[in-house]
Design a protein around this ligand. Structure first.
Ligand SMILES: Cc1cc2ncn([C@H]3O[C@H](COP(=O)(O)O)[C@@H](O)[C@H]3O)c2cc1C
Ligand SMILES: O=C(O)c1cccnc1
Length: 359
């Protein structure tokens, strides 16, 4: 079976709990601010969550960072995406040149962006050694899980370790307080849906969606591929790491590691679409107390997205019909998160502003 590396066990052990005393102090401050009680709705909840992580009733909601973890998937060879695998590397180039949706939205939100290669199969030549691309390739894409396990157990551990190490750099050393999870990897809705079906024992036809836009025939093929993969691997799962190795993706497991590492440093972790929400669910399975460090930015039309959120037990902030990934929905939620903290720090109280309470 093989034991779990000590860095991962230590990271899981080091994740604390949200501090509910500080959430209560933030609530009592919110009750003094110049508004009818509760009238800023979910923003108040977000403010209390930040207070519980940062142990202050004057929390901050920035600086924030979106991490786009990229890797390829062997299962893409089975015709489960509307696009070819080359697009993964081409989109990495787009992120580095600033032209993707996530770049545009990150600029608007004032968020930094980091692009990480966890295993892109065909990286455009000029990106090899590019100083803005964090290179931590595990392999040149996963294996096709219709035929064999997607990766070895060691590769699964290594993916999570990369996420943990980057979290240490970004939320430990560089001081980011909010981390949005983004990804790029053609075929990764298939891997995520298979992981989700296996982790939650949900029927495949309830979790699978059209990803980048499969037609009816492609959709049925994707369902069949996942059904067959679960029939092959399911009976052999010896533990959760075996499940993750058989069906996972390097970027998905890397994001689970990033979430764990960010929570260890008491940063807020913002989930995006189906793929990053499945990464969040994996983090919860590895360490249930991480739940209080997660925010669901949005829910989109991929059916598995809603199921993964329900399984974690968190409610999305936005419902905009987004089905892009890259971290786009998570980045759109960053101004809401920063606003929630600003309100706790900057609003006047009834006393300070000389405003009468309820009559
Ligand atoms: C141009 C382009 C930009 C993207 N940005 C994110 N994705 C999204 O689509 C992929 C998952 O869908 P599937 O499982 O169907 O391949 C991921 O890479 C995801 O982030 C994109 C996909 C494309 C084609
Ligand atoms: O939910 C997502 O993030 C998503 C959906 C389809 C394709 N790529 C990403």
């Amino acid at each position: 079976m093989g034991s779990v590396p000590v860095e991962i066990l230590q990271a899981v052990d080091a994740i604390g709990q949200p501090d509910l005393d500080w959430a209560a102090r933030a609530a009592s401050r919110q009750s003094c601010l110049t508004m009818p009680p509760g009238s800023l709705g979910r923003l108040l909840e977000l403010g209390r969550q930040l207070a519980s992580l940062q142990r202050t009733d004057r929390p901050v909601g920035e600086p924030s960072l979106v991490a786009v973890f990229a890797a390829d998937h062997g299962v893409a060879a089975s015709g489960v995406s509307a696009y070819p695998s080359e697009v993964t590397g081409q989109m990495v180039a787009n992120y580095l040149h600033g032209g993707a949706a996530v770049n545009v939205l990150a600029r608007r939100a004032g968020a930094a962006i980091r692009v990480v290669n966890l295993g892109v199969a065909s990286l455009p030549k000029d990106l090899v050694g590019h100083d803005q691309l964090e290179a931590h390739p595990i392999a040149s894409g996963t294996r096709n899980f219709l035929l064999e396990p997607a990766m070895t157990r060691e590769q699964a551990f290594q993916s999570v370790r990369v996420g943990l190490q980057l979290a240490e750099q970004w939320t430990g050393h560089d001081g980011y307080r909010v981390v949005a999870l983004g990804e790029m990897g053609i075929g990764n809705t298939t891997s995520s849906s298979a992981l989700l079906a296996a982790l939650t024992k949900s029927p495949v036809d309830r979790v699978v969606g059209r990803g980048t836009g499969l037609d009816d025939e492609g959709y049925l093929r994707k369902c069949r591929v996942i059904d067959e993969a679960l029939a092959i691997h399911g009976p052999k799962f010896v533990d959760v790491w075996d499940l993750l190795s058989r069906l996972g993706g390097f970027e998905i497991l890397g994001l689970a590691g990033l979430a764990l590492g960010a929570a260890r440093n008491r940063a807020l972790v913002v989930l995006d679409g189906l793929i990053s929400t499945v990464a969040g669910l994996i983090a919860v399975r590895l360490c249930p107390s991480i739940k209080g460090f997660l925010v669901a930015s949005h829910v989109g039309p991929e059916p598995g997205h809603r199921i993964a959120l329900a399984e974690i037990g968190i409610t999305p902030l936005l419902d905009l019909g987004l089905r892009l990934g890259e971290g786009t929905g998570a980045v759109l939620a960053l101004p809401l998160i920063a606003s929630a903290a600003d309100l706790l720090r900057e609003m006047a109280t009834f006393d300070s502003a000389g405003i009468s309470g309820p009559s």
